[in-house]
Design a protein around this ligand. Sequence first.
Ligand SMILES: [Fe+2]
Ligand SMILES: [Fe+2]
Length: 157
Amino acid sequence: MDAIVLLRDDHKTVEKLFKQFEKTGDEDTAERRRIADQVVEELTVHAWIEEQIFYPAAREAAPDTTDHILESIEEHHAAVWMLSEIKKMDASDERFKAKMSVLMENVRHHVEEEEKDWFPDVRKAMGRNRLAELGQQLEAEKPKAPRDPLAVPSATA
Ligand SMILES: [Fe+2]
Ligand SMILES: [Fe+2]
């Protein structure tokens, strides 16, 4: 699969989980826990494959996107720390929903920048064959990705 299509599919999966979370009420703590755990896992794997494979390849193919990529890494840094807190925090904690809301705001902003501001330049620079090859690498990396958000390189970089 085309690498950018794969990454956009991940974004859609996460957006669906965000919408589900937004439908929950304060009494649905078990449901909030279940959704939040899925969000943590999806975003951890996604950030990992982007940082390990896609971002370096994008930077090499389209050096003009470097500033965008560096900003994206800083956004990952903030996101993975938030994910690590969400993972540990009790879903009945009065701060849980607020923490999820800030995460969702930040991730939506991040995804919009990836999809609108710089993925199109990467697509142009790489071409179909390279994107297909990279998509295979991303797919192969997914099962090897950690489930701990703080194991993502940007957490400590
Ligand atoms: Fe990203
Ligand atoms: Fe992404």
